[in-house]
Design a protein around this ligand. Structure first.
Ligand code: SAM
Ligand code: SF4
Length: 344
C-alpha cells in the first residue's frame, strides 16, 4: 500500500530586506498613551491620538499574526505604556496561542512597571518569561522629576510582583548627564542583589520636546563604562540579539550589564527588527522618518493577502541604517516623532 503523501505546508518566504538581513523581530506599540511623562520621551502636555486612529485589539491580532506567519519569532509589546491600554490582557492572551503552537519563540513587553503589580501573574500565566522595566533612578524625588507623573514605590512593587510571578526582569535605565551619573553603582548593585539584568541606554534625539537640552542630557556610555571600570574589570560578551545592545560581564561579581549605544556605536548592520505604531504604520528603522502604512491594507480586505503584500513591500524599503550623530556637538539626524509613537 502506498504511504500517505506528506502534508503540504504552504511555504511562506521569510522577510529579508535589501541588505540581506532577515526580519524576525517585531516590536508593536499598542498605545501612544502613558501614565508617565518622562522628560526625554514626552512633553508635559502631550496631545494623544483620537481612539479611532488606533488599531483595535482585533486588528493588532491580525497584524501580528501576519508577521508571525511571515517568520517573526520574537514579538515585543510596547508603547506608550502598553499596560494602560484597555483590554490589553485579552491581546496578550490571544498572542499566547502563537507561543503554544511554537510559531512564536518569545512574547515579551517593555513597561514602565506602574501596572505590573496588577498584571504580572496573568502575564506569566500566558507564557511570558521576561519583561523589560524602564527605571532610571532609585531616588523617589528624582523619579518623580524625571517621569513627571510617576511614583517610585508603585514601580518597585511592580518589579517585586513580576519576580514573584517568575518573570525574568531586565531594567533599562536611560543614562542622563547630571541626573543619574551619581547612581551608577547604586543602580548596578541594586540589580545585582535582586538578580535583575541591567542595561543602560543612551538618550536619543527623538521628538521635539520643547526646552529639553539634548546635548546637555547626553551621557556617553563610553564614559559610563569607564566609570564602571574604576570599580572592577569588564569582559565583553559575544551575546548579540541583532539589536543595539552589547553586553559585558563584571569579572569580580559575574554581573552582566548591557549598553545600548545608538549614538557612540553604530549597530545597524545586524538589525533584525521592524516596528509598528499603534496606528498601523511600519517603521523599518527607529532612526529614520521613512515609514509605510499598513492600516489601509489591513482594513482594505478581510483577506490577509493584501496586508502581506504591503508588509513585503515595506521590508524592501528598510534603510541601511540611521543617521543619529552628536559628534559635531549638535544633534544631527534627529527624528521628529516621539519614542512613545514608534515604541522604544
Ligand atoms: N512605557 C514603556 C517604558 O517606559 O518602558 C514602554 C515605551 S518607552 C518609549 C520604551 C523605552 O524607550 C523606555 O526604556 C524609555 O526609557 C526609552 N526612551 C524613551 N525616550 C527615549 C529617548 N529619547 N532616548 C532613549 N530612550 C528613550
Ligand atoms: Fe511613558 Fe515609557 Fe515614554 Fe516614560 S518612556 S513617558 S513611561 S512611554
Amino acid at each position: 500500500m502506498l504511504s500517505r503523501p506528506p502534508k503540504l505546508i504552504p511555504m511562506i518566504t521569510p522577510l529579508i530586506d535589501p541588505f540581506a538581513r532577515t526580519i524576525d523581530y517585531l516590536r508593536v506599540s499598542v498605545t501612544d498613551r502613558c501614565d508617565f511623562r518622562c522628560v526625554y520621551c514626552m512633553s508635559e502636555n502631550m496631545t494623544f491620538l483620537p481612539k479611532k486612529e488606533l488599531l483595535t485589539l482585533e486588528e493588532l491580532d491580525r497584524m501580528c499574526s501576519a508577521f508571525i506567519r511571515m517568520g517573526v519569532k520574537k514579538l515585543r509589546i510596547t508603547g506608550g505604556e502598553p499596560l494602560v491600554r484597555r483590554g490589553i490582557m485579552t491581546f496578550f492572551e490571544a498572542m499566547a496561542r502563537h507561543l503554544k503552537s511554537g510559531d512564536l519563540e518569545e512574547l515579551t513587553l517593555t513597561t514602565n512597571g506602574s501596572q505590573l503589580e496588577k498584571y504580572a501573574a496573568q502575564l506569566a500565566g500566558f507564557g511570558i518569561k521576561r519583561v523589560n522595566v524602564s527605571l532610571d533612578t532609585l531616588d523617589e524625588e528624582k523619579f518623580a522629576r524625571v517621569t513627571r507623573w510617576g511614583r517610585l514605590p508603585q514601580v518597585l512593587r511592580g518589579i517585586e510582583a513580576a519576580q514573584a510571578a517568575g518573570l525574568r526582569v531586565k531594567l533599562n535605565a536611560v543614562a542622563l548627564k547630571d541626573f543619574n551619573e551619581d547612581e551608577l553603582f547604586t543602580l548596578t548593585d541594586w540589580c545585582a542583589e535582586r538578580d535583575i539584568d541591567l542595561t543602560f541606554i543612551e538618550v536619543m534625539p527623538m521628538g521635539d520636546l520643547g526646552n529639553e537640552d539634548r546635548i546637555g542630557q547626553f551621557w556617553s556610555l563610553k564614559d559610563l563604562r569607564a566609570q564602571l571600570e574604576t570599580r572592577g574589570s569588564l569582559t565583553d560578551l559575544p551575546d548579540r540579539t541583532g539589536g543595539p545592545a552589547r553586553y559585558v560581564r563584571v569579572d569580580e561579581t559575574g554581573q552582566k550589564i548591557g549598553f545600548i549605544t545608538p549614538l557612540s556605536h553604530n549597530f545597524c548592520e545586524s538589525c533584525n527588527r521592524v516596528r509598528i505604531t499603534c496606528t498601523g504604520e511600519i517603521y523599518t528603522c527607529l532612526g529614520q522618518e521613512g515609514h509605510s502604512d499598513l492600516r489601509g491594507p489591513l482594513r482594505a480586505s478581510e483577506n490577509d493577502a493584501v496586508l502581506e503584500d504591503a508588509i513585503r513591500h515595506a521590508i524592501t524599503l528598510k534603510p541601511k541604517g540611521h543617521d543619529f550623530d552628536y559628534s559635531r556637538q549638535q544633534v544631527d539626524g534627529q527624528v521628529s516623532r516621539h519614542m512613545s509613537h514608534t515604541g522604544g
